[in-house]
Design a protein around this ligand. Sequence first.
Ligand code: LLP
Length: 424
Amino acid sequence: MKKNGILKIDNVSSEYIVEKYGTPVIVMEENKIRKNCQLYKNSIDEFYEGKGMVYYASKAFSCKEIYRIIMDEGLGIDIVSKGELYTALSVGFPVENIIFHGNNKSEEELRYAIENNIGRIVIDNVEEISIISDLAKKYSKIINVILRVKPGVDAHTHDFIKTGQIDSKFGFGIENQEAIEIIKCILKYKNIKFKGIHCHIGSQIFSIDPFIHTAEIMMHFILDIKKQFDIDIEELNLGGGYGIKYINSDDPPDYREYMKEISKIIFKISKDNGIKVPYIMMEPGRSIVGESGTTLYTVGGEKCIKNIRNYLSIDGGMIDNPRYILYQAEYDMIIGNKCDLKKDKLYTIAGKCCESGDIIGKNILLQDAEKGDILAVFSTGAYNYSMASNYNRIPRPSVISVKDGKDKLIVKRESYDDILKNDI
Ligand code: LLP
């Protein structure tokens, strides 16, 4: 392997990582994750008088070590399945700081959550209300719920990751009265405590305007609920969705600015209408772990199709990063053992699956690459490992964490026995 400047990730050499762990390997920078947690927490303290909580949306990356870090930083989590909950409970995550989302939670999942005294369940369909009530009766418990609503805001993001508009499988519409009807229904159940309302307008959003607009709509909905039912909504959950930097032209929002603006609005609307300021809940996922991840691959070779394109093959692809194939997501990359050379060659990065669409980037400017080089892809900490698959029976990669020059394995590479383990 030719060497012209080796990439280091928090002072750990990418060459050393590749030799020790093999490829593909996802490298998570622990310090960055912790710093992001602190930014979110401190912003609530600074602008919202500390009356709130940050819940890491763990669908972005769920594994034991991430839950340990999040727990250590004092954040809560949002989970959307028994699998995520099971993982979190396996490291002793405090149940009161867990919120259970999902548009179709099964009875088994609800039972597991209730047996384990999970903090909040987010109501996202009519059917689950009576299931929750029956389980509450069975276990003699009062279950705290919040209701997912659709504020009707267009979040200017990819169609597949937009959720706040009326035509969405998540939540109940405010403008078409669906949400009010559901609240009527929830209030009939004595063993369900209606604590608050939730929305999530989409993901990878760069402008703070749709968030501010959403906060206003949600506050007006709280006033409406007060008028119609004479109840005080204690909790306002505004979801996640703050964008991160994948490529140079990405310009993520300043989170402190966002928190400052929405705090002003919520405090003002509360004061003007004589209601108590709601406890605020935030659910960032991507922006906690996304930029802390880097995936390292080994280059297999090049296929140059004259006057068309150069394919550069890597030993991973859509199996560990399906985001290009799903959303045409763009990434910044570098040849990790040639950092000092100029990027002067255009490549399309091809994965190893038997699928023409298996690429992770088109027309990427890189250093002249050859077999054995390290390809490093940045900002792969969110929605990469968590959306990885075993297509073509390729084992999922390993994940390591690095911190101040030290490395640690956090998820083992899948073995071929793992691949066979459910086959009869
Ligand atoms: N809260 C709720 C209820 C959500 O549905 C989500 C994301 C979040 C919070 C966190 O959003 P974030 O801060 O991570 O943007 N697979 C897609 C993203 C799907 C997001 C699903 N929900 C991607 O790779 O871009």
